[in-house]
Design a binder for this molecule. Sequence first.
Ligand code: NDP
Length: 295
Amino acid sequence: MRIAFLGLGAIGRPMAVRVAERHPTVLWNRTTERAAELARQTGARLAETPRDAVTDADVVMTCLPTSAEVESLLDGPDGLIAGMRKDALLADCTSGDPASSRRIAARLAREGIAFVDAPVSGGTNGAEAGTLTVMVGGTEADYERARPALAAFGRTIVHMGPVGAGHAMKSVNNALLAVNILAVAEGIAALVKAGVPARTALEVLNVSSGRSFVSETLVPERVLTGAFPNTFRLALLQKDAGIAAQLLRDTGVEGPMLELAYRLYGEARRTLGENADYLEAIRLIERQAGVEIRG
Ligand code: NDP
């Protein structure tokens, strides 16, 4: 299976490495030097334009910040549609939004090109290990076509429903993550100020009913240690919370919790900038509380 992979950012890069280890692969990135370096490392072919990347591909994979960037690559003389074969499939691994995906799918369908939305969860570590969860929106037949390519980095690959259903699922997952990060940090900050060591608070939480991925993994590995690695931009998590809030509005579900998360991450984004890691939101809570969650 010949694959073109476009978008070699924090998570696209380790996903593309695994693809290139398993399939003949062509790489494209807006900043060409990043793709050139990865092409040297993996033996994949380097493409100068999106069109050049996709001409021979059976499956084209995109992993860009939002659906808007994916849409921006479709048209024009160097765009995806100018290069893609009529029997090819675009699997968009961006955490995009359902409405844009339905529009992209319709645009591609006019050219005879298939589309699935296939966002991932599991972080950059999961991408390196090939253990990502992939949430696929599209027809059953297109899901089956995409599956062997997605298996290069996905361990759990689930057909969620029609086009857009993968992005809807991913946005709710990340909105819950966003809520939980703030809630855990607020609670632990208060406990520390009340005299409970942060590590003890987490140990008890993690054998009690309030535990979560945030309390079991993220805070112990990245906050208690003070490591705060840059793996996932806060701006992207805020974008995901916004997609989930829109999903609730579209479906007529009142969502004060998720709306608040979207707003709070918006404030954090304005304070911390476009390149801050998502767990930097915890530092803002620490700063307000006048306490550090370490130990
Ligand atoms: P990054 O910000 O690290 O990388 C973004 C990528 O998109 C880069 O390759 C960048 O190119 C490219 N890009 C940005 N703007 C444009 C544009 N206008 N045209 C073409 N290419 C563009 O993002 P991530 O890799 O972290 O995330 C990618 C997607 O995956 C997002 O939707 C995110 O929400 C999702 N995701 C991320 C996870 C993570 O842990 N990081 C986990 C799960 C999902 P350039 O190199 O030139 O800047």
